[in-house]
Design a protein around this ligand. Structure first.
Ligand code: FAD
Length: 382
C-alpha cells in the first residue's frame, strides 16, 4: 500500500518527522498538566519561534520562514495531536493575528510587530466575538471613532483566546455602525495601551491549556496608523482572504482525531474480554476501520484546500468543506474512541476524556458548521 501522504515532498515529510519529535518531547509530556491548571505554556512560543515553526507560511521579509499553506496544515495537525489547547493558542496567534497583519497592515506596523511575533517574543490575539455578536458579525458593538490622528475604542470582547497572555490584539470594531458588517475595521491594540484591560479570565470545558478572557476598551486611544487594512471593509477583506483559519481548524480536528484513533487502535489490541482482544470483535473492528477511513478523507480535503491556496486557485469552498467535514468527523471519532475505551477512557487521567472535551470547539469556532454549510450552499448557487 502506498504511504497515505505519498504526495508530500521530502521536505514536507522531514517537517512532519521533526514536528512529531518536537511534540513528543515538548508538548505531550505537559499537555495534561496545562489542561488541569488551565495555564498556557507561554515559553513554548519562544521554542516554536526559534525552530522557525511560527514563521511557517510567512514571507522571509517579515521574519517568516517561507513555506506553504500545506506546510502550515502539517504543523497544525501535529500540534493538535499533542494538545488541542496548546495548538489553539498558536493558531490564534499565527492564523488570525499575524496573518491579518501580514495581509493588510502597513509596512511600518508589519516591521514593528511581525518579526518579533514570528520569533515568539510577542503573542497575538484575535478580538472579534462579543456578548451580542458571535456568528453574526454585523452585531459587533465595539466602536472605533476617528479623532484627529487617533481612533478611540469603546466596548468589550468575549471568549478571546490568548487574551490574558497577549502582547497585542487584532480587534474588529465598528467604524460605520449603520453599515453593520460593511462598517467593520481591524485595529492593532497594544496590550499596554491605557484604556485597555483584561476584565477576567474565563474557564472552559475543553482546550483548557489555552487561556481565554473578556477584554474591555474604555476610551482606549490608538494612533490612526494602527488601523489594519481598509476602513469599514477591513473585516470583510479579512473574511475573503484569511481562509487559512478554516484550513487550520480542519488540520487541528484531524490532529485530535488521530490522537484518539491511535490510542484506540492500541487499546483494542491490548484489552482482552471474553478471552480475546476486543479489537477482534467485528463491531469494534468495523468502528476502528471507519475511524481510519474518515481521518484520511478529512486530511485529503484539508490538504486539497491548502494546495489550492498554495497554487493561487480559488479555495473558499474547499476550505469550508474541509473545515466542516474534518471537525464533525473529529467529534464522531472521539466519541467512538471513548466508547471503545470503556470506563478507562472516562477516567480523569486518560487522554481520551481530554480529547472528548476538546473536540467540540472546532465545530464552533472559525464559523460554525451551519455557517460553513451556508457558505458552501451559497457557492453552489443556492
Ligand atoms: C474555545 C473557544 C475559543 C474562542 N476563541 C475566540 C477568539 O480567540 N477570538 C474571538 O473573537 N472569538 C473566539 N471564540 C468565540 C467564537 O468566535 C464564537 O464562539 C463563534 O463566533 C460563534 O459564536 P457564538 O458562540 O456566540 O454562537 P452563536 O452565534 O450564538 O451560535 C449558536 C448556535 O446557533 C447557530 N447559528 C447561528 N447563526 C446561525 C444561522 N444563520 N443559521 C444556522 N445556525 C446558526 C450556530 O451554528 C450555533 O450552533 C472562541 C470560542 C470558543 C468556544
Amino acid at each position: 500500500m502506498a504511504e497515505p501522504d505519498f504526495y508530500l515532498t521530502e521536505e514536507q515529510r522531514e517537517l512532519q518527522r521533526s514536528l512529531r519529535e518536537f511534540v513528543a518531547k515538548e508538548i505531550q509530556p505537559i499537555a495534561a498538566e496545562c489542561d488541569d491548571r488551565e495555564r498556557y505554556p507561554v515559553e513554548l512560543f519562544g521554542r516554536l519561534g526559534e525552530l522557525g515553526y511560527l514563521g511557517l507560511g510567512f514571507p522571509e521579509e517579515v521574519g517568516g520562514s517561507g513555506g506553504s499553506r500545506l506546510d502550515y496544515a502539517i504543523l497544525c495537525e501535529e500540534l493538535a495531536f499533542g494538545s488541542g489547547g496548546i495548538a489553539l493558542g498558536v493558531y490564534v496567534h499565527m492564523a488570525l493575528a499575524c496573518a491579518a497583519l501580514e495581509a493588510f497592515a502597513s509596512e511600518e506596523l508589519k516591521q514593528i510587530w511581525l518579526p518579533r511575533a514570528l520569533r515568539g517574543e510577542r503573542i497575538g490575539a484575535w478580538a472579534f466575538a462579543e456578548a451580542g455578536a458571535g456568528s453574526d458579525a454585523g452585531s459587533i458593538a465595539t466602536r472605533a471613532v476617528a479623532d484627529g490622528d487617533e481612533y478611540v475604542l469603546n466596548g468589550s470582547k468575549l471568549f478571546i483566546t490568548n487574551g490574558p497572555i497577549a502582547d497585542f490584539l487584532v480587534v474588529v470594531a465598528s467604524t460605520a455602525p449603520e453599515q453593520r458588517i460593511k462598517g467593520l475595521s481591524l485595529f492593532l491594540v497594544e496590550a499596554d495601551r491605557p484604556g485597555f484591560r483584561v476584565a477576567g479570565s474565563l474557564s472552559k470545558l475543553g482546550v483548557r491549556a489555552s487561556e481565554m478572557a473578556e477584554l474591555v476598551f474604555d476610551d482606549c486611544r490608538i494612533p490612526a496608523g494602527n488601523r489594519i487594512g481598509r476602513p469599514d471593509v477591513g473585516f470583510l477583506d479579512s473574511l475573503a482572504t484569511l481562509t487559512l483559519g478554516r484550513i487550520a481548524s480542519a488540520a487541528f480536528a484531524i490532529g485530535v482525531a488521530r490522537a484518539a484513533y491511535e490510542a484506540t487502535l492500541a487499546h483494542v489490541a491490548a484489552r482482552v474480554q471474553f478471552g480475546q482482544p476486543i479489537g477482534s470483535f467485528q463491531a469494534v473492528r468495523f468502528g476502528v476501520a471507519d475511524m481510519a477511513v474518515q481521518i484520511e478523507a478529512a486530511r485529503l480535503l484539508c490538504h486539497r484546500a491548502a494546495i489550492a491556496a498554495d497554487r493561487g486557485l480559488p479555495h473558499g469552498r474547499e476550505a469550508s468543506m474541509a473545515k466542516l467535514f474534518a471537525t464533525e468527523t473529529c467529534t464522531r471519532i472521539v466519541e467512538r474512541a471513548l466508547h471503545y475505551h470503556g470506563a478507562a477512557g472516562f477516567m480523569s487521567d486518560s487522554p481520551i476524556q481530554r480529547y472528548y472535551r476538546d473536540c467540540k470547539v472546532f465545530e464552533l469556532g472559525e464559523g460554525s458548521s451551519e455557517l460553513q454549510r451556508n457558505m458552501i450552499a451559497r457557492d453552489l448557487g443556492l
